[in-house]
Design a protein around this ligand. Structure first.
Ligand SMILES: [Fe+2]
Length: 318
């Protein structure tokens, strides 16, 4: 495929302290070159001779492709980030930024601070929406291929020297200030509205246990920390425990096959948390059986390994 050039989004003559000459050079030489490079690489990949050329050179082409593609996309976002008055943020965006950074002022300091840290070097400063957590993050992309996976940049500041040297020389500080003065906030808000429509990654679904309540490892850690009385039962299968080296601190192991033998030792007045190796079946089944018997039981999602992954305390399993 051939990538199409996107027309310049901002109107260079309206910018405050950034001259049309700088934008024109940047658009023509740097954005244009990235797009041409991208198309040349795409063509090379399309004509790749799988019979004779090595897979190594294909991998090299694919690496070059992602750098050229991201350079193209980020330059388009950069030009689309400019052309506003930089001051007034639409309410919805100001609220989102305040929620994720404390205040708009803090965001501004962080964003411009990161840019200052890049001055004299190169890279991008991006305001990126991360659907997984439904939040905005400022990020550095030192190369064109260092964007947050699954993130959606909505504002881009180009800190490659070509973006300012022609006009600002080594005075990156003045360039950053000029950029901040020209941010097109209403356009950023529209991109933010588009970004938040992206669904977060799909969570694990366990339809067969939809009616059995679960508890996260973080919640269990909080219960233990605050001294909430809770009976924690490790129900990893017997065959598995022969190779298990450790057990969650505060848990007792019970053979899930012999529930009838130990159910009588549990108290009905204290909540019960059960778990197995990864949290898929046995912990859930046990919690479900205990609930049927009248216990306030839940299964710990993620099981033993989720507990280990949050560095929850364990002891030797004997
Ligand atoms: Fe650039």
């Amino acid at each position: 495929m051939r990538y199409q050039l996107v027309p310049l989004y901002c109107r260079p003559w309206t910018l405050n302290g950034i001259s049309p000459r700088l934008i024109e050079s940047h658009y023509e030489n740097n954005y244009g070159s990235a797009l041409n490079r991208l198309n040349a690489i795409s063509e090379e990949i399309e004509q790749f001779d799988f019979g004779n050329a090595s897979d190594l050179s294909l991998a090299r082409l694919k690496r070059d492709e992602i750098a050229a593609l991201n350079s193209t996309l980020l330059h388009e976002l950069y030009f689309a980030s400019l052309g506003g008055d930089g001051r007034v943020l639409p309410d919805a965006l100001a609220n989102a930024i305040a929620k994720d950074f404390g205040s708009v002022d803090r965001w501004r300091r962080e964003f411009a601070g990161i840019a200052n840290g890049l001055a004299g070097g190169s890279g991008w400063v991006l305001l990126t929406y991360v659907p997984r957590d439904g939040r905005l993050v400022n990020q550095i992309a030192s190369e064109h291929d260092q964007c947050i996976a699954g993130g959606m940049p909505i504002l881009a500041l180009d800190m490659y020297e070509h973006a300012y040297h022609l006009e600002f020389g080594a005075n990156a500080n003045a360039y950053i200030a000029a950029f901040m003065r020209n941010i097109d906030w209403p356009a950023v808000k529209l991109r933010y509205e588009d970004a938040i429509k992206v669904a977060p990654p799909r969570p694990l679904e366990q339809k067969e246990f939809a009616d059995t309540p679960s508890v996260s490892v973080e919640e269990v850690r909080e219960m233990l920390k605050s001294g909430t009385p809770v009976q924690i039962i490790d129900t990893r299968p017997k065959h598995y425990t022969t190779k298990a080296q450790d057990i969650m601190e505060g848990a007792v192991w019970r053979d899930p096959e012999r529930l009838d033998d130990w159910i009588g030792t549990l108290s009905k007045t204290e909540p019960v948390v059960t778990f197995c190796v990864y949290g898929f079946h046995i912990g859930c089944q046990t919690a479900s059986a205990l609930r049927k018997a009248g216990f306030d039981a839940r299964y710990m999602s993620g099981g033993h390994f989720a507990w280990k992954a949050i560095k929850g305390p364990v002891r030797l399993f004997e």
